[in-house]
Design a protein around this ligand. Structure first.
Ligand code: DSN
Length: 448
């Protein structure tokens, strides 16, 4: 019986879409740096009967009865997170990264307090104070930036912190290809008396593997999603460090109270169990090797791309992601970049770049990463080849340029998409990608 036999029987429509999505994942190169392929064990925990239970509260302190085993599962996840990251307190209930970050605000700030985070165009996250996010509606957001070389401008951050006296400073990013400067930001936060929250959603797996510095010595609070380089289910963790407890002995309780009753209701117990499973996997020596291979692969990919004339923000990478600067094809060319890659069987995402000449909706860069390809077993030779494929796909952007007039853009992009569907070069690359993927089978046990 197939793993989705019941869905197949009861809901052929949903079954059909899952089957098609499986094929898409198997036959394409998944290069969105925040995505990964979980183990079957993580998926089984996530699809388990634990989804049936309500458990408002924390282990040993639930509002509803019947939580004997849920308490055990949650305690296991908490203990594993604490021991792996080396922190005295972990909350495993945040539904995902954004709710985790919002709980941090609730625990540390009052309405209208100044807060600081990396500017979105420069790789910062929406929840670090972007103007359209709730975090800038309720707090006074003071963004810091990267320098023209693509590295975070620590001097600017220090100056802004001294001028604005933020209550909370975020160090973390969604599109930053370099090591995060935890130590330098700890000095700034200490100087102005701010809480330092490290959002390591992107690099958590690298931190556990020892392939990126850990923020635990430097930050008061550490947040992460569990589904990116950590390779778990979708979910979030909020951790309080010893430094955090030294600054504020109530910080752990403040975080727990911010999650419930402050912000969420019942935890997603199936998700908690899957997080526990993923954390056990991340404690294995193979995971250490995996994290280092992600970085080696990203560096090899960067070399492959640059050797083929693709410009990268900061000229390379220290972590799992790369940011191609496509401004040579005109402002907003990231939109074309994402689409030509998709036509070639490569999934990556359009992204703003530092000094963005266009807008987040029509940005000028493409973000790509190696966590999912590394999970498939690909290594440096494949990355070099993929660098060539991506560069060849980008060449197909040449005839196109985004109209300045916003009304003309929809029609223009429609025509562009029709043309790239007929593009022979991209079809050729698609075949190459399919052949490469066949050599690195994904979920071979999942015959649908
Ligand atoms: N959507 C995530 C990412 O792709 O980085 C951030 O929330």
């Amino acid at each position: 019986m197939g793993v989705l036999a019941e869905i197949e029987k009861n809901d052929p429509e949903v079954y059909g879409y899952i089957k098609e999505e499986l094929l898409r994942q198997q036959e394409g190169l998944e290069m969105i740096p925040s995505e990964n392929f979980t183990s079957m064990a993580v998926m089984q925990a996530s699809g388990s009967i634990l989804t049936n239970k309500y458990s408002e509260g924390y282990p040993g302190r639930r509002y509803y009865g019947g939580n004997e085993y849920i308490d055990k599962v949650e305690s296991l996840a908490i203990e594993r997170a604490k021991s792996l990251f080396g922190v005295p307190h972990a909350n495993v209930q945040a539904y995902s990264g954004s709710p985790a970050n919002l709980a941090v605000y609730l625990a540390t700030c009052e309405n209208n307090d100044p807060i600081m985070g990396l500017y979105l165009y420069d790789g910062g996250h929406l929840t670090h104070g972007w103007k359209l996010s709730i975090t800038s509606r309720f707090f006074k957001s003071v963004p810091y930036h990267v320098k023209p070389d693509g590295y975070i401008d620590i001097d600017e951050a220090r100056k802004l912190a001294n001028e604005n006296k933020p209550k909370l400073i975020w160090i973390g990013a969604t599109a930053y290809p370099r090591q995060l400067p935890f130590k330098e930001f700890a000095a700034i936060a200490d100087e102005v008396g701010a809480y330092l929250a490290a959002d390591i959603a992107h690099v958590a797996g690298l931190v556990l593997a020892g392939a990126h510095e850990s923020p635990v010595k430097y930050a008061h609070i550490v947040t992460t999603t569990t589904h990116k380089t950590l390779r778990g289910p979708r979910g979030g963790l909020i951790m309080v460090t010893q430094k955090g407890l030294d600054k504020d002995p109530d910080l752990a309780q403040k975080i727990d109270k911010a999650i419930i009753p402050g912000f969420q209701g019942g935890p997603h117990n199936h998700q908690t169990a899957a997080i526990a499973v993923a954390l056990k996997e991340a404690a294995k020596p193979e995971f250490r090797e995996y994290g280092h291979q992600i970085v080696r692969n990203a560096k090899a990919l960067a070399e492959g791309l640059m050797a083929n004339g693709v410009k990268l923000v900061s000229n390379g990478t220290d972590n799992h992601l790369l940011l191609a600067d496509l401004t040579t094809f005109g402002p907003g060319a990231g939109v074309f970049g994402q689409d030509v890659l998709e036509a070639a069987g490569v999934t990556a995402n359009k992204n703003t770049i530092p000094g963005e000449p266009s807008s987040p909706f029509y940005p000028s860069g493409v973000r790509m990463g190696t966590p999912a390809l590394t999970t498939r077993g690909m290594k440096e030779p494949e990355m070099k080849a993929i660098g060539g494929i991506i560069a060849e796909a980008f060449n197909e952007i040449k005839p196109y340029s985004l109209p300045k007039d916003k009304d003309e853009r929809t029609e223009y992009l429609k025509r562009f998409r029709e043309e790239i569907r007929q593009n022979k070069k991209l079809a050729e690359l698609r075949t190459k990608v399919r052949q490469m993927c066949k050599q690195f089978p994904l979920y071979p046990e999942m015959v649908l």
